[in-house]
Design a protein around this ligand. Structure first.
Ligand code: SF4
Length: 586
């Protein structure tokens, strides 16, 4: 049985529901949440209202197969007003499975700061005013110690002070350095006075055909550890992408002014590994182990008293807080990342905001009066740390505004043409060309993870544009990701989990599907998402490229506005059929 646990933080009411039918129909994860949230997410709904739901779900293969290690969250985004969806690793999906909770729904608002404790069947809202104001890292330490007595896998999901301040670019941190990073889930939790969720249990996955399961498991495990695609993530992590991207002019540098960063080699995966790598860790049940922790020292008393700290780094952080701010020293970059981690901001978003602020300052749109005397210059790590401190203490109106996202800031202070966001969501770390940018614009989450446009750009590098062929390929990838996101697999394992392997796995855990029915489910979920998005105000016809991106060189040369428009239009036509399918299916 697939079980949904629904908790109302206002009334304290807890309900359980058997959702086996719809969970199976939409293959769990992102699919089932899209179906469940469809009625609740309306244009009028304030993302911070008590009625606004937060959903978490796992997929049918979490806990059964390796690298099926993620959890998906669905909510109304306070950043975009659109559908909010974010995925995180860590131990959460295993802990949910152990607690026999396949979908967790949270509504309401607690009367004081609380954390939600779920330990198998025992559910409690525990007052935690003393945690309010504590960093995302301190909160985890305190709760891990407090809840140390629990048996089984325990996951600690929490917000930092940014979420408490309702910053729409606040993330939710899960266990060690994993995040529901994008679209402001941290603020939605903050609006509910929900500082954290601690979840654990002792249920074990059950398998009927043990022999077939074991054979399949062993085959997948072997492929995951031997595959060339996953080796790169284990070896250097996603930071392996930094130098290759810079070499093809695809690494955003100084607020997307160029794709080549002259100091890429000093903030590269190779540099970190050789000089600062302290530890490699993994999400639960993942043999890839892509999480890389770098070490740095911080002076805590003059003249020579230091503490040694660890923080995780990856490609997106190196781009947003490194090359895009022209930070060339890896140790300085780790300090900035660590500050962001403690506050609980989406690292991509806050980096894009800092880059916009720097350009706005240099163009005179903001002055020393707004910045309280700080002169913003690319490459100046010390000043960026002061800016982040000023945001954290809400020093003045300007600093308060900075954590509202780049679209908000540009609308208020000017500089919309160089505010690098798509549908108000700050752009990820690839300026490889039209497929990347169109992917950010049209994607369900406005993320590089929707369809990996950046990899299509690299495939077509040096070739003439073929609009329809490229868009069709991106669309097909986006549709397939409805399945990977419903299984809530780690996308780094996607090369191993082909459609054929996914079907074998599903059949072993009791699903009776063939390729055609899987494809139909994928298109239906894709259609449902765009129906919700359009209900919330998303409109393909209103999508634009930030003007600056029409003037700079990407890996595939200069962008062309007509090509962008044509691509978006073609994509929107492809989506129409999925919407019709979704309307017939639900
Ligand atoms: S590859 Fe990395 S992010 Fe993905 S599940 Fe494994 S450790 Fe987590």
């Amino acid at each position: 049985m697939y079980r949904m646990l629904s908790i109302d933080l206002s009334s304290g009411k807890i309900e359980e529901r058997d959702i086996s039918d719809i969970f199976k129909k939409f293959i769990g994860g992102s699919g089932v949440l899209t179906y469940l949230a469809a009625q609740e997410l309306t244009k009028e709904l304030d993302p911070f209202s008590e009625r606004a739901p937060i959903y978490f779900a796992l997929g049918p293969l979490n806990g059964y197969f390796p690298s099926m290690s993620k959890t998906v969250a669905l909510f109304k985004s306070p950043l975009t007003g659109d559908l909010g969806e974010s995925h995180a690793g860590g131990r959460m999906s295993l802990a949910m499975l152990s607690a026999n909770v396949h979908v967790l729904r949270i509504v309401g608002k607690a009367s004081q700061p609380v954390y939600l404790s779920i330990d198998g069947d025992r559910v409690a809202m525990i007052p935690c005013s003393s945690l309010w104001g504590r960093s995302a890292l301190a909160t985890e330490r305190i709760l891990r110690e407090k809840e140390d007595h629990r048996k089984g896998k325990k996951s600690i999901v929490r917000i930092g002070p940014a979420g408490e301040r309702l910053s729409p670019i606040a993330c939710v941190t899960v266990d060690s350095s994993r995040h529901f990073g994008r679209l402001g889930l941290g603020a939605v939790m903050g609006s509910k006075n929900l500082k954290a969720i601690v979840i654990s249990g002792s249920e074990c996955p059950k398998i009927e055909n043990k022999k077939a399961y074991q054979e399949l498991y062993d085959r997948i495990f072997k492929e995951l550890i031997e595959s060339e695609n996953t080796y790169k993530y284990r070896d250097l992590g996603t930071a392996a992408n930094v130098v290759p991207l810079s070499k093809i002019m695809g690494l955003p540098t100084r607020n997307f002014s160029q794709g080549f960063f002259e100091s890429a080699h000093t903030i590269s995966g190779e540099y970190f590994a050789d000089h600062l790598l302290a530890q490699q860790i993994s999400c639960a049940h993942c043999p890839i182990g892509c999480i890389h922790m770098g070490v740095f020292r911080e002076l805590f008393a003059d003249p020579h008293m230091y503490k040694t700290l660890k923080t995780s780094y990856d490609h997106e952080l190196i781009y947003s807080l490194g090359s895009n701010l022209s930070i060339a020293k890896a140790e300085e970059l780790l300090k900035i990342i660590h500050f962001v981690e403690r506050q609980g901001w989406d690292a991509i978003s806050i980096g894009v905001v800092l880059a916009w602020a720097t350009e706005a300052f240099q163009r005179g749109l903001i002055t020393l009066e707004e910045t309280a005397g700080l002169a913003l210059n690319f490459g100046d790590a010390e000043t960026y740390l002061k800016v982040l401190e000023n945001i954290a203490i809400e020093r003045n109106e300007f600093y308060k505004d900075l954590e509202k996202g780049v679209a908000y800031c540009a609308k208020k202070y000017g500089g919309e043409e160089f505010a690098i966001c798509f549908n108000k969501n700050e752009a990820p770390g690839y300026m490889t060309g039209p497929d990347a940018f169109v992917g950010y614009a049209v994607g369900v989450r406005h993320s590089h993870l929707d369809c990996a446009g950046y990899s299509f750009d690299q495939k077509y590098l040096g070739r003439a544009e073929d609009v329809e062929k490229e868009v069709k390929a991106m669309y097909e990838e986006a549709v397939w990701r409805m399945i990977t996101n419903s299984l809530v697999m780690c996308l780094f394992a996607r090369g191993v989990y082909t459609p054929k392997t996914v079907l074998e796995c599903l059949n072993v855990v009791g699903y009776n599907l063939d390729e055609q029915s899987l494809d139909r489910v994928a298109h239906t979920i894709h259609g449902m998402k765009y129906i919700i998005k359009e209900k919330l105000g998303f409109d393909f016809a209103k999508l634009n490229l930030p003007k600056k991106l029409l003037t700079v060189y990407t890996s595939r040369g200069k962008m062309n506005e007509d090509s962008f428009k044509k691509r978006v239009e073609f994509y929107s036509k492809l989506v129409e059929e999925d919407k019709e399918l979704a309307l017939r299916a639900v």
